[in-house]
Design a binder for this molecule. Structure first.
Ligand code: FES
Length: 234
């Protein structure tokens, strides 16, 4: 592990605090990017219980910035680590699922192709429990814009479509005693700079001046159907 990777891994681990017991053993080339910790809470502000997540349902929270959405999924089965590569040819080891069954995963909901993302008005991207229209298997994250498909059980690896890299992973720590989840870092190809550039005007109208504020402390988790009025199923 080179010095930079080592320091980044240490920074992520140090930021994890009390939940460090579930911090994974990183491969030599992993480069998690640490952000402020955010406890996942329900819409009343109570800590979300990992075991209360409905299997294979779409949940949305925002991390690492106020305007950057993330899909939270309990895939209903144990999910193993996977070796992945960004479009810049940086390899990384996605650590797999967390929670009692290692079935819970989180990925940036910003499509790695043209940055389509779920808003309160409409969502063209979501997890599909059953085969999507142009799907190759069940249980994919499908973007209706140009039909990029990602496998959340393999770190959101691209299975088809024009996207050139996996969705950026959001790393979660599971506190087994409290059964809570804390977001603490990203891993993979971040597209946040491109996202804020592309949607600067829209985000200033929709979210306001706090759009690029870092999420810290907690982040509210909502089912996609409650977060978004019109989740498109293409
Ligand atoms: S924006 Fe998602 S496939 Fe093009």
């Amino acid at each position: 592990m080179d010095r930079r990777s080592f320091l980044e891994s240490c920074t992520a681990a140090a930021g994890l605090g009390a939940a460090a017991a579930s911090f994974p053993a990183w491969a030599a080339d992993a480069k998690p990017k640490a952000y402020a910790k955010a406890l996942l809470v329900d819409d009343r502000g109570a800590p979300l219980k990992a075991s209360a997540l409905k299997p294979q349902a779409n949940y949305v929270f925002h991390y690492p910035f106020e305007a950057t959405p993330v899909f939270l999924l309990d895939l209903g089965k144990a999910v193993s680590p996977n070796a992945l590569t960004t479009q810049d040819r940086n390899s990384y080891q996605w650590p797999g699922g967390v929670g009692a069954r290692r079935s819970i995963v989180a990925f940036s909901a910003i499509c790695a192709h043209q940055l389509v993302y779920p808003t309160p008005e409409v969502s063209f991207i979501s997890f599909r429990r059953k085969r999507a229209q142009r799907g190759v298997q069940d249980g994919l994250i499908h973007c209706c814009a140009e039909h990029s498909q990602y496998d959340p059980a393999r770190g959101a690896e691209v299975l088809s479509g024009p996207a050139r890299q996996p969705l950026c992973a959001v790393l979660l720590a599971h506190d087994a005693g409290a059964d809570t989840l804390t977001a603490y870092a990203t891993l993979g190809g971040e597209l946040f700079d491109d996202f804020f550039r592309k949607y600067e005007m829209k985000l200033s109208l929709d979210v306001g001046p706090k759009a690029r504020n870092a999420v810290a402390g907690q982040s509210v988790v909502r089912e996609l159907e409650k977060f978004c009025k019109n989740p498109i199923q293409c």
